[in-house]
Design a binder for this molecule. Structure first.
Ligand code: 5GP
Ligand code: MG
Length: 175
């Protein structure tokens, strides 16, 4: 399997990321924001978003996995690296590359809410609404995608293709 059709070019992504950052900054209304980014898929998105957000931002990282190397979610989400997090009283923005079934964001959100934050919002670059299994409010979304497996701009297939500057469909994954 290899990357095929380009769904979003690097330019389209750059423009959309700048728009999302403007919305996030406006809603934060001068209050410091804590971005909790979900590893590994969100790292490219996180880095680009940060460049537009200004300085009142803390960054924390959490690791979530449910994929075990394939293209279908197992439904069971394993979180790690959150032992040291202190999110009490913080305005938290959970950041991920893509929301698919919703299991990952739901699990992270539950963990965050148990820490007593002041507010919790969610931001994803991509949303695949047709595959949702868990109802989930997404506050900021870059683009909707159809039910195809995508790679690039941080999203991998078995550890590969995170380095592509665009988002492409993974050829052979869905047909
Ligand atoms: P969910 O728990 O919502 O089903 O899945 C969320 C996670 O699954 C994302 O953080 C991402 O790592 C992975 N994922 C879901 N759909 C895709 C996709 O089309 N491509 C890639 N590379 N990862 C995906
Ligand atoms: Mg992920």
């Amino acid at each position: 399997m290899k990357p095929g059709d380009v769904l979003f070019t690097a330019d389209q992504i750059a423009r959309r990321v700048a728009e999302l950052a403007a919305e996030i900054r406006r809603d934060a209304a001068e209050r410091p924001l804590t971005i909790l980014a979900i590893l590994h898929g969100s790292v490219v998105f996180l880095a680009d978003l940060l460049k537009h957000l200004g300085s009142a931002v803390h960054v924390e990282l959490i690791e979530a996995s449910s994929y075990r190397g394939g293209t279908a979610s197992s439904g069971q989400v394993i979180l790690s690296r959150y032992g040291q997090l202190d999110l009490a009283g913080r305005d938290v923005l959970i950041l991920d590359d893509i929301v698919d079934t919703g299991h990952t964001l739901a699990a992270v959100r539950k963990t965050v809410e148990a820490m007593g934050p002041r507010s919790v919002r969610t931001c994803v670059l991509l949303d695949k609404p047709s595959r949702r299994k868990v109802a989930m409010d997404i506050d900021y979304c870059g683009f909707e995608v159809p039910d195809v497996f995508v790679v690039g701009y941080g999203l991998d297939y078995a550890g590969r293709y995170r380095d592509l500057p665009h988002v492409a469909r993974l050829e052979g994954a869905d047909d």
